[in-house]
Design a protein around this ligand. Structure first.
Ligand code: BGC
Length: 464
C-alpha cells in the first residue's frame, strides 16, 4: 500500500467521514426549506409578480432534477469524491449569488445553480454513504443523509425566524437567510477535500491498493475483516465487466430502476412537502390563523420531523426496511384520512387543534419510514457498475414528484375552498397504494452486503 494512499484517510475518524459525507443532505434541507420564509420578502424587494415568485421557489426543483440526472454518470466515471467537491462549489456559488441577487433574473439563476447542487448531492450522497458503511450499520449510516436533511429544514425555519425584520449591517433580512447556507457549503467543501474515495468505486476502477487503504481505515474499529471485504468487492467488480451507462443499467438492473422510481415517486406523492413547504399558509387560509403564529407551526413540524428521524436513524438496522415502510404507510394513510374527514365534517374552530395533532402523527409516520428509507434503498439496490446512474434516476424521480406536488397542491386546495381534506384524500390514496408497492415490489436489503444484493438481482434478471 502506498504511503500516499494511506495518508489520505489516516487522520479522519469514521464519525467525521460519515457526518461530512452526509452534509449534502443538510444543504438539501436548508435550501429547500429556507424559501418559504424568504420568498414573500424577496417578492416585495424586487416587486415580483406571482408567476415570478413561484418560479423563484420552483427553479430549485428544476435545477435539482437536472443535477440529479447528470451526477450519476459523472460519479461512475470520475468518482464520488470529485463530484462531492463540485457540488460543494456549486452550493457556494449559488448561496453567494442568491444572497447578493439584484433582481429576478439573478435570483432565478442563483436558485437554478443551487438546484443543480442540491440535486447533485441527493443523487450522490446515498450511494456514497452506502458504499462506505459496513453491512451491519448501513441503514443507520445511509440514514444520516435524511437526518441531515431534516436538520437542514429545521435550521432553515429557525434562520427564517431569527433573521426576519433584522436588517443587520444594512443588509436585508432575506439576504442573511439565503447567505447563511454558505456556512454548511464551506464545511462541505472542506470535507470533500479530506474525505476518502469510495472503496467500491476504487476497485471498479482497478485501484486496489487505495481501496484496501481506505477499507483498513474505515473498518479499524469494527469486527469486519477489510481484506475479506475487499476480496468480495473484487469478485463482484470482476463480474461487472461492462462499464456503466444507461444501456447497461436497463440490461442488468431493470427491476431496480422500477423500484427506485416507484419508491421515490410515492415518497413525494404521499404529500410530505405540502406540509413541509406550505403548512403555515394552510393554517392562515383554512383556519384563519394570524401570520405571526403560523410561522411557529413550521418550527413545530421541523422539530417533530427531526426528532423522529433521529429515532429512525438509531433503530434503522433493528427491523426490516419493509416493516418500517409498511408501518409508515399505514400511519400516514390513517392520519390523512382522519384529517380529511375532520376537514369536511367539523367547524374550523373545532378542527384546528386535532388537525395539528394528526399532522404531527402523519409526519412521524413519514419520518420513521419513507423519509430515510427511500434514500437508503436507492443507494443499495443497484449493481456496482451502474450504482451512480441508478441512484441518479431515483433521485431525479424524487425531484419530479416533488415538483408535481408543490405545483398542484395550492391549486387543488383552492379548488376545494381551502379545505385540506381535498388534497389530503389524494395523498391518502397514494399512501394506500404504497402499501401494495412495498409488499409486491420492494426487495428486503437489511443484513445483506451490497455484493449479496447484487448477486440476488443478477440471479433474478439472469444476467451474469
Ligand atoms: C424528501 C424531501 C422532504 C424531506 C422532509 C426527504 O426524504 O425527499 O422532499 O422535504 O424528506 O424531511
Amino acid at each position: 500500500m502506498t504511503n500516499n494512499a494511506k495518508h489520505q484517510v489516516h487522520h479522519l475518524s469514521t464519525a467525521f467521514i460519515f457526518i461530512f459525507g452526509a452534509l449534502g443532505g443538510l444543504l438539501f434541507g436548508f435550501d429547500t426549506g429556507i424559501i418559504s420564509g424568504a420568498s414573500p420578502l424577496i417578492e416585495s424587494t424586487f416587486h415580483l409578480s406571482i408567476a415570478q415568485t413561484s418560479f423563484v421557489t420552483s427553479s430549485v426543483l428544476i435545477g435539482s432534477s437536472i443535477g440529479a440526472l447528470s451526477i450519476g454518470t459523472l460519479s461512475d466515471k470520475y468518482g464520488r469524491r470529485k463530484m462531492l467537491l463540485i457540488s460543494a462549489l456549486l452550493f457556494i456559488a449559488g448561496s453567494l449569488l442568491s444572497a447578493f441577487a439584484t433582481g429576478f433574473v439573478s435570483m432565478a439563476i442563483a436558485r437554478i445553480i443551487l438546484g443543480l447542487a442540491v440535486g447533485g448531492a441527493s443523487g450522490l450522497t446515498p450511494s456514497y454513504l452506502a458504499e462506505l458503511a459496513t453491512t451491519e450499520h448501513r441503514g443507520s449510516i445511509s440514514g444520516m443523509f435524511q437526518l441531515m436533511t431534516t436538520a437542514g429544514i429545521l435550521l432553515a425555519y429557525v434562520s427564517n425566524i431569527g433573521f426576519l425584520h433584522h436588517n443587520l449591517l444594512g443588509w436585508a433580512d432575506w439576504r442573511w437567510m439565503l447567505g447563511s447556507a454558505l456556512i454548511p457549503a464551506i464545511l462541505l467543501l472542506f470535507g470533500s477535500l479530506l474525505l476518502p474515495e469510495s472503496p467500491r468505486y476504487l476497485v471498479q476502477n482497478g485501484n486496489i491498493t487505495k481501496a484496501r487503504a481506505v477499507l483498513h481505515v474505515l473498518r479499524a474499529k469494527t469486527n469486519v475483516d477489510p481484506d475479506q471485504e475487499l476480496t468480495n468487492i473484487e469478485k463482484i467488480a470482476a463480474q461487472d465487466k461492462n462499464q456503466g451507462g444507461i444501456r447497461e443499467l436497463f440490461k442488468v438492473a431493470k427491476p431496480s430502476v422500477f423500484v427506485a422510481v416507484g419508491i421515490m415517486l410515492l415518497q413525494q406523492l404521499v404529500g410530505i412537502n405540502s406540509v413541509i413547504y406550505y403548512l403555515p399558509q394552510v393554517f392562515i387560509k383554512g383556519f384563519n390563523f394570524p401570520d405571526n403564529k403560523a410561522i411557529w407551526i413550521s418550527v413545530g413540524i421541523g422539530v417533530v420531523n427531526f426528532l423522529t428521524t433521529i429515532l429512525a436513524t438509531i433503530i434503522m438496522d433493528k427491523f426490516n426496511r419493509k416493516t418500517f415502510l409498511l408501518f409508515g404507510s399505514v400511519v400516514m394513510a390513517l392520519s390523512l384520512i382522519i384529517i380529511s374527514i375532520m376537514s369536511f365534517t367539523m367547524s374550523i374552530k373545532d378542527a384546528a387543534v386535532p388537525t395539528m395533532l394528526f399532522i404531527a402523527l402523519y409526519i412521524f409516520g413519514f419520518a420513521i419510514s419513507w423519509g430515510p428509507i427511500a434514500w437508503i434503498l436507492i443507494g443499495e439496490i443497484f449493481p456496482l457498475n451502474v450504482r451512480g446512474i441508478g441512484n441518479s434516476i431515483g433521485s431525479a424521480a424524487n425531484w419530479i414528484g416533488n415538483f408535481l406536488v408543490t405545483q398542484f397542491f395550492l391549486s387543488l386546495l383552492n379548488l376545494c375552498h381551502d379545505k385540506i381534506g381535498g388534497p389530503f384524500l389524494v395523498f391518502a390514496a397514494f399512501a394506500i397504494l404504497s402499501i401494495f408497492f412495498v409488499i409486491f415490489c420492494v426487495p428486503e436489503t437489511r443484513g445483506k452486503s451490497l455484493e449479496q444484493i447484487e448477486l440476488e438481482l443478477r440471479k433474478k434478471t439472469k444476467v451474469k
